[in-house]
Ligand binder design. Structure first.
Ligand SMILES: C[S@@+](CC[C@H](N)C(=O)[O-])C[C@H]1O[C@@H](n2cnc3c(N)ncnc32)[C@H](O)[C@@H]1O
Length: 317
């Protein structure tokens, strides 16, 4: 549907039914691919040179590794899929990248398989493009994102796109969901804008946030009535999250303890030692400044009253 090199008969038949229910699906699929081009270029320009493309799909051109290597000739790009037919196509056509057979719903297993290729101590870009709508709520798609970010250091990025039920034709979207439910082994779950945004959890969303893929990062194509929403977010350090949530008045107590770091989506942290010291030194400097400048701040009326008392005292003496 997105201009693939090849598609088999079963794919074609399923695709025809989906297109009958929602004729704009091919445009939505193409818009999603173009989003991939932009988001990969954006991540690469932000310095990311390792990518995991989960649910890589049958190849189109240019593919993730071709875009990433325009910016980083040695970029490592690993494709992951769970469909044997897709895997066969990918292995035949994507010579430039390792292809891993894996199921994102068994995310811990998958991450362990990726250890061979990915250095998790350096920033990584994890792409979950048009794949989490094959994961039901019970299978915890937000938990999948957290499992990845639990291995990722600050500076890493997650990009995802997702079929949405927030759009002008919810009936057509519901028909697509039904087709997937009845005719394929994979469920198709369209989610609302809010649900898709929540998949990012506490990651720092890159502006403009979660928007139709045609509008990321700015308007670059006509919207389709079957919306695919997308966004990208970075893994900040834990103390930035605390500060942000504190200022937003959110329940800071909900944040897991420092010793849980790595299970809630923040790899390598709490604040590392340097950050803790930077914060302490910052506080001390602030206190010293306030203390040192306090005399200048004593409000005028108080100073005036003191002077009067002193003068009065001298007269009495
Ligand atoms: C709609 S295609 C998206 C392809 C590509 N990411 C894109 O955005 O154009 C979804 C791909 O995800 C794969 N997929 C679906 N469920 C998956 C799962 N549980 N684990 C890994 N891959 C999955 C499918 O086999 C398919 O290749």
């Amino acid at each position: 549907m997105a201009g693939r090199f090849d598609e088999d008969d079963a794919d074609q038949a399923a695709a025809k039914k989906v297109i009958k229910a929602a004729p704009s699906v091919p445009q939505a699929a193409l818009a999603n691919r173009k989003f991939m081009h932009r988001v990969v270029a954006w991540l690469a320009q932000a310095g990311v040179d390792q990518f995991v493309d989960v649910g890589t799909g049958i190849p189109t051109k240019p593919n993730v590794f071709e875009i990433a290597r325009e910016y980083h000739p040695d970029a490592v790009v690993v494709g992951v899929d769970n469909d044997p037919l897709v895997l066969a196509h990918d292995r035949a056509l994507l010579k430039g990248m390792p292809i891993v057979s894996g199921d994102v719903r068994r995310v811990d297993e998958l991450i362990a398989d990726l250890d061979e290729f990915i250095d998790w101590d350096r920033p990584v870009g994890v792409l979950l493009l048009a794949v989490l709508h094959f994961v039901t709520d019970e299978q915890d798609p937000a938990g999948i994102v957290r499992a990845f970010t639990g291995r990722m250091v600050p500076g890493s990025m997650v990009a995802l796109s997702h079929l949405s039920s927030t759009g002008p034709k919810p009936v057509a979207v519901a028909q697509i969901e039904k087709l997937y439910r009845d005719e394929t082994t994979a469920p198709g779950v369209a989610r609302t804008h809010e649900q898709i945004t929540n998949l990012f959890g506490r990651l720092g969303l890159v502006p403009p946030g979660v928007v139709p893929v045609q509008h990321w990062p700015c308007e670059s194509g006509l919207l389709t009535d079957v919306p695919v929403l997308g966004g990208s977010a970075w893994c900040p350090t834990r103390w930035r999250i605390r500060l942000a949530e504190h200022w937003r008045g959110a329940a800071v107590a909900e944040l897991p303890d420092e010793q849980d770091a790595g299970t809630d989506g923040w790899a390598g942290d709490g604040p590392d030692e340097a950050e803790v010291w930077a914060q302490r030194v910052g506080w001390w400097l602030a206190c010293l400044t306030v203390w040192g400048l306090a005399p200048l701040w004593v409000p005028g009326p108080v100073r005036w009253a003191c002077q009067r008392r002193r003068r009065g005292g001298r007269r009495d003496g």
